[in-house]
Design a protein around this ligand. Structure first.
Ligand SMILES: [Zn+2]
Length: 206
C-alpha cells in the first residue's frame, strides 16, 4: 500500500513520482552525512545539502497538497473525514516517521479552510470493520487485511474502498441529523487513506 488516499469512487491517489524520487535522494545524502566526520568542513557542507533537500521536499509536498485539496473542495460540497488523532496514533502504533512526515495533517488543515463543509466522523466509528452491504462487523479484521469476504453476505470487500462508503454513509447521516429541514447539494464523497510504507494510518471521506 502506498496510496495517499482512496476515495469512495475508488480513485486512488498517491504522491507524485518526483516527490518520491526526492525522498530517495534525501536518504542517500543523509547516509553520506552520517559518514562525514562531525565538525569537519565536509560535514557542514553535507549538512547544508541535506537541509536544502528537506526544504525542497517540503515545498513539493505543500504544492501538491494545495492542488489536491483545491480540486477536492471544488468538486465536492461536503467533505467527510474520520477524526483521527495522528499524534496519538503515531505513538500508540509506532508508525513514527511515516505518520508525522506524510503531510496528512497539512492536508486536513487545507481542506478545513477550502471546503464548503467538513464533517468529522468519530474516530471510533468502525469504518473498516463494517460490511457496507449488510452492516455485519468483522471483529477479526487485522490491519494488514486489505481484502476480506463478509461472512454474512459473501461480498468480497476492498478494505479502504469499503471504509470510504461507510464514512460517506455515516457523514451523511450526521449531515441529515444536523440539518433536518434543509436539502444538501450534490455531494461527491471519498475516503482518503493515508498509507505510506505499508501502513494504513488514516482515513478521510470526501
Ligand atoms: Zn456483508
Amino acid at each position: 500500500m502506498s496510496h495517499f488516499f482512496v476515495d469512495s469512487q475508488n480513485n486512488k491517489g498517491e504522491y507524485p513520482k518526483f516527490y518520491r524520487q526526492a525522498q530517495e535522494t534525501l536518504a542517500r545524502e543523509q547516509r553520506r552525512l552520517s559518514h562525514c566526520k562531525k565538525g569537519s568542513n565536509n560535514y557542514y557542507k553535507q549538512k547544508l545539502v541535506v537541509a536544502l533537500i528537506h526544504e525542497k521536499i517540503s515545498n513539493q509536498r505543500k504544492d501538491w497538497l494545495n492542488k489536491l485539496s483545491c480540486q477536492i473542495a471544488k468538486d465536492n460540497d461536503i467533505v467527510c473525514l474520520e477524526d483521527l488523532n495522528m499524534k496519538g496514533m503515531s505513538q500508540t502504533l509506532n508508525f513514527g516517521k511515516s505518520v508525522s512526515d506524510n503531510g496528512w495533517g497539512q492536508f486536513v488543515n487545507m481542506l478545513n479552510y477550502k471546503a464548503k463543509s467538513v464533517i468529522k466522523v468519530d474516530k471510533w466509528y468502525p469504518s473498516s470493520k463494517t460490511c457496507n452491504h449488510c452492516g455485519t462487523k468483522n471483529v477479526n479484521l487485522m490491519l494488514n487485511d486489505r481484502v476480506w469476504t463478509c461472512s454474512e453476505c459473501g461480498t468480497v470487500i476492498e478494505r479502504d474502498y469499503n471504509a470510504s462508503q461507510n464514512i460517506l454513509d455515516e457523514g451523511m447521516r450526521l449531515v441529515r441529523k444536523n440539518r433536518k429541514n434543509k436539502t444538501v447539494g450534490t455531494t461527491g464523497l471519498a475516503y482518503l487513506c493515508l498509507a505510506q510504507q505499508g501502513y494504513r494510518v488514516g482515513s478521510h471521506c470526501l
